[in-house]
Design a protein around this ligand. Structure first.
Ligand SMILES: NC(=O)c1ccc[n+]([C@@H]2O[C@H](COP(=O)([O-])OP(=O)(O)OC[C@H]3O[C@@H](n4cnc5c(N)ncnc54)[C@H](O)[C@@H]3O)[C@@H](O)[C@H]2O)c1
Ligand SMILES: [Zn+2]
Length: 707
């Protein structure tokens, strides 16, 4: 039978097995992996696929049949009372559905209830308690035999050394993950760096490496935490067979468990849980790399049983890998709306964060220099959540790698490129002469949150700009003069041109805040535009104040030519800076914008073309919470953050995302983290959920007409 296996397959399987065993050692023993988890998983799946096709190749010691890595001599080896297995994993929704289908069939249920938990990205630990006292702690090792690291485990501060109960089981194994919170990880790395030691790549490796220290005094200096997730063998006590209830039991006994554990029903429940955790991932201080779904009831689990390395009743639904390595082929400089030159990496396409990425930002020249990135290098690309993919660091220096240089002239218009002292950003000095800046300014002007011109998207603008139909935003309103030639264009016709011209006409009726936002003033986003509109009520008032500010700035400069602190102090009370959220930098760019004659010309032309808006009644728009800034953090029971934010904004408040001295209130729900700490440090008032509701009620009541 083994004669049927093609030699190439056998060789590949052997090679994969060898490589994976080597990676296991680097990962579990050294805590210094040499490839990313995603790449490891790819190799693992390749081996699994070959073994599925040729089962004779799946030897009992194949990495697909075993867990982790065997213990080393440095620690004493200890057998677990029940094996510590791994988890089957899946990377997409179909595989999750397949798991649910098999679990239902295997257990004979129409629908299963799952205990849903975050999958901690740390390292597993098994604890033995005898008569309620922790007597031994072991690593997972190869799943059967682990390493005795009791002395190290005792140093973990949130790990109870005695169960908080009067009736402990005679014997119990408690399992969980040793983790290092992100914030603690950064502190640790800083400390290591200062002491001239090697730093860790990520919190997981730091946790694993710290736990396996031969000197427990070193472990004691590492801010590790233990998060309980399960129970192994139990003697001398009847405990609930519901995994969800077992977790509550762990919590009662004094263990930290994830605040996000839940009980969900069926595939739909698992999906919703996964989506919710994926959305929350970035803000969690303890890193997670997926969700775990475990069949909650004991009898169903017994029906399902185990395969070699994992239970059939549990699955880890992994988040898409956020980092991958690939080749940096070249660098292009893109010119933005404000002339800023952004270096963009052109990459060998790579699947990361759930999408194929071939462009990633390199941020600016300072970052490139700091990370010493060169064309031809193998680089780590990161795409976390919805953020733009970035080149994080060099993974390996390429042969013949060449340094990246900032062009002296704008790649689009040829104007000089300038780098302002103390700023990381380089800019094209061409202004509206530069087609790239014009194009980006026009895209911004027509975009949804600005004038919202339907039918005039990025693609159309690019075409119109390159054909010379559009130079400045005001030209949009004379497109009607080119009706004839527009109709002739490919992909256009009478009807689409009529639609486009109609939506351009309709966009003339707008609001002051949209108009201010559409101008594309540097540093002025949507929220700021709204605040400016509300504060000044009219464009004339804003313009007048910008001019006054500019003049005042010049005077103050003359008064204190060498004293920036004095200048800053003198400007604090100036008109523009009285608007919430407007600091010296923003005020300066607003002033610069309105002083520039080319901008004034564009504004006048737009108004001339018929763009108009109702005046904002400054007094009427002053609402109970106008001028107050809120930051929301943590979760609340009775309303989501979006709802809270909507209700606050409806009362005139500003809701922002970062806490500063200018923040009036931080609303801290359950599990609020670093933002709450920062508020405490800065002395910003903190409201809990009840406090927020009271505040909302008070103002809602206040605005209702009294009988
Ligand atoms: N980069 C490398 O070289 C390399 C090498 C080996 C392994 N790996 C990574 O490790 C994975 C395999 O490791 P594994 O076998 O430890 O599996 P795993 O880490 O994917 O899943 C099993 C482990 O999850 C942990 N876990 C976290 N939260 C849990 C929860 N709520 N309930 C139960 N368990 C929970 C437990 O420690 C358990 O042992 C691979 O898929 C790969 O991503 C990478
Ligand atoms: Zn240019």
């Amino acid at each position: 039978m083994s004669g049927d296996i093609p030699a190439a397959k056998r060789q590949r399987a052997e090679q994969l097995a060898r490589e994976l065993a080597e990676h296991n050692r680097a990962y579990y023993i050294e805590a210094e992996p040499t490839i990313s988890d995603a790449e490891y998983d790819q190799l693992f799946r390749e081996l699994e696929a070959i073994e599925a096709e040729y089962p004779a190749l799946a030897s009992p010691d194949s990495p697909t049949q075993r867990v982790g890595a065997p213990p080393v001599d440095e620690f004493e080896s200890v057998d677990h009372a029940t094996p510590m297995l791994s988890l089957a994993n899946c990377f997409n929704d179909e595989e999750l559905a397949e798991f649910d289908r098999r679990a239902r069939e295997g257990s004979g249920r129409d629908e299963l209830v799952y205990c849903a938990e975050p999958k901690f990205d740390g390292t597993a630990l098994n604890l033995r308690f005898e008569a309620g006292v922790m007597v031994r702690a072991t690593t997972r090792g190869d799943g059967v035999t682990g390493e005795d690291i009791t002395a190290n485990a005792r140093t973990i501060r949130n790990l109870p050394l005695r169960l908080a109960t009067d009736n402990p089981p005679d014997f119990i194994e408690i399992r969980g993950e040793v983790v290092l919170a992100r914030s603690r990880f950064n502190e640790l790395n800083e400390r290591l760096e200062q002491a001239g030691h090697k730093t860790f790549v990520n919190p997981r490796n730091a946790a694993a490496g710290s736990l396996r220290q031969l000197d427990s005094r070193i472990t004691a200096t590492r801010p590790l935490a233990f998060m309980g997730y399960g129970i192994g063998r139990v003697d001398g006590a009847e405990i609930t067979d519901s995994l969800y209830e077992q977790l509550q039991l762990l919590a009662d006994w004094g263990f930290s468990i994830s605040p996000y554990v839940d009980r969900v029903t069926g595939l739909a429940g698992c999906r919703a849980y996964y989506d919710a955790m994926a959305a929350r991932r970035a803000e969690l201080d303890i890193e997670i790399d997926g969700c775990v779904f475990k069949v909650d009831d004991g009898p169903s689990r017994d029906e399902l049983g185990f395969v070699a390395r994992a239970p059939r009743w549990a699955i880890a639904r992994k988040f898409p890998a956020e980092e991958m390595t690939t080749r940096l082929n070249s660098v292009e400089f893109q010119v933005g709306r404000t002339g800023a030159l952004t270096p963009v990496a052109k990459l060998e396409p790579v699947f990361v964060g759930g999408v194929t990425v071939s462009n990633a930002t390199l941020h600016n020249m300072d970052e490139i220099t700091r990370k010493d990135i060169r064309v031809g290098d193998l680089v780590v690309v990161r795409r976390a959540g919805d953020v733009i993919p970035e080149v994080k660091e060099v993974a390996e220096r390429g042969a013949n790698a060449t340094p990246i240089e900032l062009p002296a002239a704008c790649p689009v218009c040829g104007s000089a490129v300038e780098r302002v002292e103390g700023e990381a950003v380089a800019r094209c000095t061409g202004g509206l002469v530069c087609a790239a800046q014009r194009r980006e300014a026009l895209k911004h002007f027509a975009s949804r949150n600005a004038l919202d011109i339907e039918g005039l998207g990025d693609r159309q603008i690019e075409a119109f700009v390159s054909e010379g139909l559009l130079h400045s935003p005001a030209d949009i309103f004379s497109l009607a003069e080119h009706r004839e030639s527009l109709v002739e264009r490919e992909g256009y016709g009478e009807k689409s041109v009529a639609n486009l011209l109609a939506s351009i006409e309709a966009s003339k009726e707008t609001t002051l805040e949209r108009f201010i936002f559409a101008l594309g003033i540097r540093e002025v986003g949507q929220t700021m535009a709204r605040d400016l509109a509300r504060h000044f009520g009219s464009l004339e008032a804003l313009r007048a104040e910008a001019e006054r500010y500019h003049q005042r700035l010049a005077d103050v400069h003359a008064q204190y030519p060498d004293n920036k602190a004095a200048r800053d102090r003198a400007m604090v009370a100036e008109g523009l800076q009285a608007v919430p959220g407007v600091g010296a930098r923003v005020a300066q760019s607003i002033a610069d914008f309105f002083i520039e004659p080319r901008n004034v010309k564009v504004i006048d032309a737009l108004i001339e073309a018929g763009v108009h808006w109702p005046t904002v009644d400054v007094d009427a728009s002053a609402q109970p919470l106008t001028g107050q800034t809120f930051v929301l953090t943590g979760s609340m029971e009775s309303l989501t953050r979006e709802e809270a934010s909507d209700r606050l904004e409806a009362l005139g408040a500003r809701v922002t995302s970062s806490v500063s001295k200018k923040t009036d209130y931080v609303v801290a729900g359950e599990r609020a983290g670093s933002k709450r700490d920062k508020a405490e440090k800065l002395g910003v008032e903190i409201l809990d959920e009840a406090g927020l509701l009271a505040l909302l009620d008070q103002h809602a009541a206040g605005s209702a007409p009294d009988a």
